[in-house]
Design a protein around this ligand. Sequence first.
Ligand code: GLN
Ligand code: ZN
Length: 761
Amino acid sequence: MTQSTQMTTHTLGFPRIGERRVLKWALESYWRGTLSAAELQATAKSNRSQILHDHAQANITRPPVGDFSFYDHIADTALMFGQVPSRFGSTANTLENLFTLGRGKNIDGHNIAPLAMKKWFNSNYHYLVPELEADQAVRLDADRYLDLVREALAINPQAKPVLVGPLTFLYLSRGLDEAGRLAKADALAAAYHQLLSELKTLGVTWVQIDEPILTLDLPTAWLQAFEPTYHRLKVAGIKLLLTTYFGELNGNVALAASLPVDGLHIDATVTSDLIAVADRLPDYKVLSVGIIDGRSIWRADLATLLQRLTPVYARLQERLWLAPSCSLLHLPVDADFETKTPDFLRNNLSYARQKLGELAILARGLTEGAAAVAAELAQATAARAELDHQPGRVNPVLRAHIETLTARPSNRAEPFVARAAAQQARFNLPLLPTTTIGSFPQTHEIRAARKAFKNKEISADQYEASMKAEIKHVIQIQEKIGLDALVHGEAERNDMVEYFGEQLDGFAFTQEGWVQSYGSRCVKPPIIWGDVHRAKPMTVAWSAYAQSLSQLPVKGMLTGPVTILFWSFVRDDLPREAICYQIAEALRQEVNDLAAAGIGMIQVDEPAFREGLPLRKKDWAPYLAWAVRAFKHSVADAPSDVQIHTHMCYSEFNDIIESIAALDADVITIETTRSNMKLLDAFAQFAYPNAIGPGIYDIHAPQIPTVEEIEPRVKLAMEKIPAERLWINPDCGLKTRTWTEVIPSLEAMVAVALKLRKALN
Ligand code: GLN
Ligand code: ZN
């Protein structure tokens, strides 16, 4: 390849947790005090040079720098511009202060709470939400950032610094209202200007500036702030690439194309007409096309992508840049580490490193012609064909059956009022019945038993015996505490999605598919590669055993279709909706088997229900329609006297309350403590018809709640929801807590229920 025809290729960011999560281990050792600051820095540095090396190796011309963070890049941005709440004391941009923003601190016996976390758009990454204060001056404190840039430039002078855009930063912050946040735009732009000037003196030519909020429904005031802000931060000699991702620009395309910057990056995975965007762009600007899906673990269909790019390249020539759609932060590092997945699958995985190679092939295909990369294209096509022909990829019988589902009524046979009467006749529950959300402490012994079974160190019989002993223990404790609806405790589950994935056809698991969730925490979602099908009951034996031990109802416990979907990596050849229905059908069979086994209460957890909401309001209705339908399908056949519960944590319900009601669960338990029952207002105002169990203590904190704390919360709840439809329960499952915390907490909860019940009677 000659220099003159080389096309500019780049990435918006790369996983920072490192190969085999090296940074995670280093961070956690450092926090424990078993690794020195110098050793932590050394690990991070070798991580970063590996990333530059990977880019060079794959011939990617402009690797990113500054996307790296020891914890979170939004918190780094807050520190760099001095936007740290005063409760933290020091605002200096140091590594220790970054860790304090993420982890909080105890100073002289009192706790400084960390910044809140929020999902980064519709990804599973959580950023720290900056808290702004009006009188906190914006100032530039960029040494840590500039050091990273110097380090990268020494290795590759083409490295491209990455910045969070000033308006995205302000928009995602809290603490001030809209006007208050926008009032900071001028000062922030001035500080960005100063930073860009410093980058120029280091020899930087291109800077990437991320404004993903341009893909949202932005209020006018924010849209209007773009033009003046970007004028102010301009520095002669520095070219800016404005990046947008996670969605189409839609109405904002004219604005994005006209801003005083030198290039625009768009997410081609969701932009249907690339030429239309190219046509909007002034002649001097570059268009960076995010052609490879930066969040998909699947190998791309390179031949098709090349065809898509060809007319755009014909139009733009060297003004066309190629990149993945978004930062590769949301992918695991290297699919070559997956030595245990079957070949047909591994050959089709493309993690961050593989994406670099795919990008380079597309660039060569454009500049040298498709023939030059014919072998690579053929290889991609062949790998995909192998996957497509894999038994289990398409299950025609299931597909035909799913087809009929859309025609099938998803309502239960009788309305809530009739069901409630049948359930009351069956269970004879007291007023303000008490329950828990499902899991009980996952003790060291439980984990050890699961692990030993997995590693075949104990037999299936031994494993079953130890789980049964645990279930018995949990049932006895709950009876002793005096709870009204019991649970089996979920000891057999390592994870609420993985447990079901392991038993369903169509799922696969990885060894190294870790993705950063927040700070040093990573998740390893299962992969849905084939049609999801239930070959055999998944929970019935455990639930039936638990129910055999008590006269009280023991809830069957399932993870809902929407949550299983959103917490997995999904196949790219079927719409999410279709995958969700397959899962729903598997769950329907499970619900029916549970009901037939005499389980009278079945909980279908949907903590991800709200998470699945699309970024743009216009897309909400279709999503909510299929998500509601999938949930309802799962429980549609449950007889009237089977009580269906659902559970949702970290949700706000105001804007989706109609859909929550449409789920028509007999009981919904929600997390309400941290909002001091405020979240119940949505239910009260809507006159939500079914039963609700607001969480009355926060299970995330180690403190044991007292009767004095719990009672006013329940009373508050009783003001909003009639007592006949009110349950009492903790905010969420108890798996992360210890028995010494759980028992007195639940005792206090039951004491409050008994007291208020007496008063009602
Ligand atoms: N049933 C699950 C548990 O108790 C629910 C977990 C969740 O809501 N995230 O652990
Ligand atoms: Zn929960």
